[in-house]
Design a protein around this ligand. Structure first.
Ligand SMILES: Nc1ncnc2c1ncn2[C@@H]1O[C@H](COP(=O)(O)OP(=O)(O)OP(=O)(O)O)[C@@H](O)[C@H]1O
Length: 324
């Protein structure tokens, strides 16, 4: 059940990375550029956009793995008390409640460890010193993701891709999180496995009420798993709303272009689609105006001059576009 209570909020969040060095001109990559979003308790928010749009950076910043350049990330505890999240300010208890599952679990789990040890270690650091208690927690997490206990004695590298991703999810679950950033967790898996892992995450969300930021570049996957969808383009959220509304009534030309890549998602939309080749042009933030304007077939003078803010067009459905 999605509650109206907010669990994680970003307020005018900016994360800029410096490019260039001693001998070249310095510039900034505005990976996240003034993002204000709320993730509610029990909600799955799909975060969709092309590669380089800032999804991973936004996700990492919401769990305190990346420092904001400006703005804030706020976590609300069970009493509704706000806590600011930054790599320096986050305390150990909150740290445990905010977990991440990566696209490639090999990047986060040592392949030469026994599966049991890979799970035991984070539990130990989280204060679970008793081996019997640790085993019980690990078994419970394995039950939830449908893995047999005998895999615990294998090395991580012996696991299949799907098993590895499930171990990564089990590892995040063991710590009893309230919030999970799932960063393209099914991108590297084949189609049949994708569905199974998505089902696991949905079940975990429904049964445990864990909020999930589900990062993906594939709208069809966001459609099946998310309660709401946020569309990110070059560091900005350009559209956000309930999944049905975003998919059936896409407002932003960029969302329409993304949907165009999946005509089967809703064939009735095909005639409405605009023609934008989303892969053709280099993704560069223009000096002024809406950052999508160089690719937008509906561009107007105003779009070149000032950046549109998110506007509520129908209940809960916001878009940053002067067409509305
Ligand atoms: N640590 C870093 N240092 C410098 N630039 C970075 C860093 N992390 C990300 N970037 C840049 O920030 C931008 C956004 O990257 P990010 O990985 O957040 O996007 P993404 O939407 O998750 O893309 P992908 O799906 O390819 O991971 C990119 O231009 C990337 O090169």
């Amino acid at each position: 059940m999605v509650s109206n209570e907010i669990l994680i909020e970003t307020r005018n969040l900016k994360v800029y990375f410096q490019k260039g060095g001693l001998f070249s001109k310095k510039s900034f990559v505005k990976a996240v550029d003034d993002v204000t979003i709320q993730i509610r308790k029990g909600e799955i928010l799909g975060l969709v956009g092309e590669s380089g749009s800032g999804k991973t950076t936004l996700g990492r910043t919401t769990i305190g793995l990346q420092a904001p350049t400006s703005g804030q990330v706020i976590y609300y505890d069970s009493k509704g008390t706000p806590h600011e999240i930054t790599p320096k300010k986050i305390n150990k208890d909150i740290r445990r409640k905010l977990q991440m599952v990566y696209q490639d679990p090999f990047s986060s789990i040592d392949p030469y460890m026994k599966v049991y040890d890979a799970l035991r270690q984070p539990l130990y650091y989280a204060g679970v010193k008793d081996p019997a208690e640790a085993t019980e927690i690990i078994h419970k997490a394995f039950d939830e993701v449908g893995l047999p206990y005998d895999l615990l004695s294998n090395f991580v590298f012996q696991l299949s891709g799907g098993q590895r991703q499930r171990v990564a999810i089990a590892r995040a679950l063991m710590l009893n999180p309230e919030y999970l950033v799932a960063d393209e967790p099914v991108t590297m898996l084949d189609a049949s496995l994708k569905g199974l892992i998505v089902d696991d995450l949905r079940k975990i969300n429904a049964e445990r009420g864990i909020s999930i930021l589900f990062i993906t570049h594939e709208l069809p996957i966001a459609k099946v798993i998310s309660h709401r969808i946020a569309i990110m383009y070059l560091g900005k959220i350009v559209e956000i709303g309930p999944t049905k509304k975003v998919i059936e009534n896409p407002l932003h030309p960029y969302t329409q272009a993304l949907l165009q890549a999946y005509p089967r998602l809703d064939p009735s939309l095909r005639d409405k689609m605009i023609k934008v080749n989303v892969r053709e042009l280099e993704l560069v933030v223009p000096k002024s105006g809406c950052r999508f304007h160089p690719r937008c077939p509906f561009v107007m003078d105003r779009c070149r001059a000032e950046e549109p803010a998110l506007k509520e067009v129908e209940p809960g459905h916001f878009v940053a576009c002067y067409l509305y």
